[in-house]
Design a protein. Sequence first.
Lengths: 111, 116
Amino acid sequence: LAKTTQPISMDSYEGQEVNITCSHNNIATNDYITWYQQFPSQGPRFIIQGYKTKVTNEVASLFIPADRKSSTLSLPRVSLSDTAVYYCLVGSDTGGFKTIFGAGTRLFVKA
Amino acid sequence: GAGVSQSPSNKVTEKGKDVELRCDPISGHTALYWYRQSLGQGLEFLIYFQGNSAPDKSGLPSDRFSAERTGGSVSTLTIQRTQQEDSAVYLCASSLIGTRNRGEQYFGPGTRLTVT
């Protein structure tokens, strides 16, 4: 299974853009990159998924360079409610998306 | 619509007792996962079921842990002879392989297990 590396924690202020970068040097050809968000006392929730280049939805953007060895989750204009743990995972249909949730990145958004 | 449900929400048990944790996945989801999360830690993969295939049990920490999925739907995670280090939140997730968001997992609220 491809291992991912993320910063342990990040601080930001309301209204700022936050970029969280994840390294996945051993990503396989069939792997997709998925990000989840987890609030305290809740299970993780899907945010965004991509394979290459850029993906954008109503919540975030995901930037993936050509070599796919890293990815960056971009949260525009964060608010206090974006304080959570963000997990980066890689996986594919072949592996049943049995993915490893690491420790994630704890984002603290301050007023 | 109905999401993933888990029961009980909280379970306190004495060391050495057996416990059963239940997961009801989203109807029609073929894949089901169990994870364990200790306080302040990431999720630890335990076991994965996909359709009628043999489950992937590679994450189970010891032979005291077992899980089954009946009829491709409800799953039960059993922990025998519980130990204090088994205390954690046990999360269940289900997904439908092959959808637009590949492998998107929907998580239940978890069962908080405390072994005294």
